[in-house]
Ligand binder design. Structure first.
Ligand code: ADP
Length: 245
């Protein structure tokens, strides 16, 4: 795949695949293209060239007669149903309660009944330790609590793929642990494929099977966390890890 913003090439001839149920962490310096990859997967950005496939289905462009064809809005909705994303800045709907935030998409996109969606939302809130805040508004919650609601909201869509974009970067240090523990539980108890952008290297080590080090829109090296973190092959990876840990 290839991605340009204007004339600037951000991702150049990038080619990788992620197995079903695999958890992969993307690391690398700021500006190396990690967030852009997640946003492309979420169809929040348009590819400049190449293709992305999810389980054989084209994510961004179909190919007809050898030509690239944009997906129709209906197809984009189908794609987004399968993928959940949690952002650095939570992005909860501020005018809705915690419960409404979680129920919204299952009701309007998946067509669940209000009762079914609410029941599921409450059990997800249990799971992230926030059932007692179901009626609160996002502004009444700490950043860490908001992020746990955002995780519950993503899980409510029962996604095949979960994209986590620096989900603890905006949090006070004392709130990071609770969010990471929730994600560790999700990783341990589901077979959701995860792509994770994080600077929390211990978390990356604990939950992911593969780490990809990006630099300048390319994969500099990749491997199991134990190898990348303790015996990186590239000096740039070494320097990057020294700087973040
Ligand atoms: P990372 O997540 O590794 O920090 P990003 O994917 O956010 O990197 O950014 C990669 C490059 O793309 C950066 O140079 C950034 O400035 C540029 N970029 C990202 N989004 C946009 C945008 N919407 N318009 C223009 N340039 C962008």
């Amino acid at each position: 795949m290839k991605k340009k913003f204007g004339r600037t090439t951000v991702l150049q001839d990038l080619n990788f695949s992620v197995g079903r149920g695999e958890r992969v962490t993307l690391i690398g310096p700021s500006g190396s293209g990690k967030t852009t990859i997640l946003r492309l997967l979420m169809t929040l950005e348009r590819l400049t060239g190449g293709y992305i496939w999810v389980d054989g289905d084209p994510l961004t462009h179909d190919r007809r007669d050898g030509r690239r064809v944009e997906l129709k809005p209906r197809q984009v909705v189908q794609v987004r149903k399968r993928i959940g994303m949690v952002f650095q800045q939570f992005n909860l709907f501020p005018n809705m309660s915690v419960l409404q935030n979680i129920v919204e998409a299952p009701v309007h996109v998946l067509g669940q009944s209000q009762d079914e969606a609410s029941e599921n939302a409450l059990s997800l809130l249990d799971r992230v330790g926030l059932r007692h805040r179901a009626d609160a508004h996002p502004t009444e919650l700490s950043g860490g609590q908001q992020q746990r609601v955002a995780i519950a909201r993503a899980l409510a869509m029962d996604p095949e793929i979960l994209l986590l974009d620096e989900v603890t970067s905006a949090l006070d240090p004392e709130l990071v642990g609770d969010v990471l523990r929730v994600l560790e539980e999700v990783a341990a108890s589901t077979d959701i494929t995860m792509l994770i952008v994080t600077h929390e290297m211990q978390f990356a080590k604990d939950v992911s099977q593969r780490v990809m080090m990006f630099d300048g829109g390319k994969i500099l090296e990749e491997g199991p966390p134990a190898q990348i973190f303790s015996d990186p092959h590239h000096e740039r990876t070494q320097k990057f890890l020294e700087a973040v840990v």
